[in-house]
Design a protein around this ligand. Structure first.
Ligand code: ATP
Ligand code: MG
Length: 413
């Protein structure tokens, strides 16, 4: 492998002033964090980052770059002195490294160093001529080349590369503040969390668990998903708040007409999430709802459910179809965990005919039939918070005593 550096681009910085400085510092920190433990060294400049490979395995560095929001693209580059003879020789070595069959190519030069004595056209001509004369598999095609050899003159150096890889894009996670992700064990919510982080929102997660109405494995799934999402997080870790939801869940099944149980269950979830968001300084709730996907996600349902809170509820997936969501889920490596068949509280006791246009006035009447609000407060108080990092050993005992007892009960059955 001839490449000795990775050139990391941030894309257009539309942010100005202090925000831009904040953006850059967060990005520098994020790249450094994700590269921890590797042999690389990192050179930060105002418009890009150079990762010096120092012999590190390039595939591993590329894998970790997948986890950095705020990077628009990157290239594997060979950096050399800007001496023309050295540039020609390095270009030839790069082309020998990557071309092993008949191939068309062109050279494209960008000269950011305006003091460089040769113009870009001249550099292109010199390098292309030299490579062509010394590599017998190459032919020039300036319109549709199979390989474009980029030559960039910047500062005292020359950077040569032949490909640009798209990265996560967006903003460095954390730059936009914090949000509370409603995380189920399904496919959608981890993807919603990914998109929120991509947009710069640091996340904490809340999960409503109804063990033993739901299986203990669904709680395990949620922890496994948080562990994967932590790869994208600042400090490589995410707080997970497990809300004991069984009591409320049972009360809902007992006191609410079947067609309204899901609507009102979700109103309770939003109420609890809003309280937790406030306590954890989260400025919004994020969830995996997508318009029209299920009965509780029609616009009318969303309207009726959302009216219990004034905190912004972000739904990054609201216009996505399932295939687009699955693609992202696979990219994050969450899909295989998400499809494990354990039910969560929205999938047990699903009513046969849930209301698709639930009325707010009816919800309010039903909710008055029982003292749900003290149960909401109790659930918030009894919430068990844990921190999961990329290298946490995921073990149900993390969830605390209550769940361990449930586990024991299940084992004894
Ligand atoms: P997912 O695939 O994320 O489970 P879904 O399409 O199955 O989503 P619902 O079950 O209706 O849809 O849930 C919609 C959203 O509500 C989820 O994406 C998630 O954000 C939130 N949610 C549902 N159940 C829970 C839960 N038990 N704990 C926390 N959040 C939940
Ligand atoms: Mg679900």
């Amino acid at each position: 492998m001839i490449y000795n550096q990775i050139l990391v681009r941030f894309g257009d910085l539309t942010l100005k002033g202090k925000n831009q400085r904040d953006f850059l510092h967060r990005l520098y920190d994020l790249v450094a964090l994700k590269m921890q433990g590797l042999k690389v060294t990192i050179e930060n400049t105002h418009d890009r980052i150079y990762i010096h490979l120092n012999g590190e395995e390039v595939a591993e560095v590329q894998r970790r770059l997948e986890y950095v929001s705020g990077i628009s693209s990157y290239s594997l580059v060979v950096r050399c002195e800007n001496d023309l003879q050295i540039m020609k020789q390095t270009a030839l070595e790069l082309m020998k490294d990557i071309v092993s069959k008949e191939t068309t190519f062109k050279v494209e030069t960008k000269r950011s160093n305006k003091n460089y004595p040769l113009h870009s056209m001249e550099v292109t001509k010199q390098i292309a001529g030299y490579v062509l004369a010394n590599h017998n598999l190459l032919r020039v095609d300036v319109h549709h080349p199979e390989v474009t050899l980029h030559v960039e003159l910047k500062g005292n150096a020359c950077y040569l590369y032949n490909a640009e890889y798209r990265a996560m894009g967006g903003y460095p996670v954390g730059v936009a503040g914090k949000g509370l992700l409603m995380l189920s064990g399904g496919i959608d919510s981890p993807v919603a969390g990914y998109l929120a982080m991509k947009q710069g929102i640091e996340i904490e997660c809340v999960h409503f668990e109804s063990t033993p109405l739901t299986s203990i494995e669904s709680a395990q799934k949620v922890m496994d998903l948080v562990k994967i999402m932590a790869r994208y997080a600042p400090k490589n870790k995410i707080n997970l708040h497990m809300v004991p939801f069984k009591e409320l869940h049972m009360a809902l099944l007992e006191h609410i007409p079947e067609s309204y149980t899901i609507t009102i269950m979700r109103r309770m979830m939003y109420r609890i999430a809003s309280q937790l968001a406030e306590r954890k300084n989260c400025l919004c709730i994020v969830n995996g709802e997508s318009v029209g996907q299920v009965a509780s996600q029609t616009l009318r349902s969303m309207h009726t459910i959302n009216s219990v809170t004034t905190i912004p509820v972000l739904r990054p997936l609201c216009t996505y179809d399932k295939q687009e969501i699955i693609l992202l889920s696979r990219r994050m490596q969450c899909y295989d965990i998400s499809i494990k068949p354990f039910e969560d509280c929205c999938t047990v006791y699903v009513p046969k005919a849930p209301a698709t246009a639930p009325r707010l006035d009816k919800c309010e009447v039903f909710e008055k039939s029982f003292d749900f609000s003290s149960m909401v407060d109790a659930a918030v108080e009894q919430t068990n918070s844990i921190t999961i990092s990329v290298d946490s050993d995921i073990d149900l005992s993390l969830l605390g005593l209550e769940v361990r007892e449930v586990l024991q009960e299940l084992k004894n059955k």
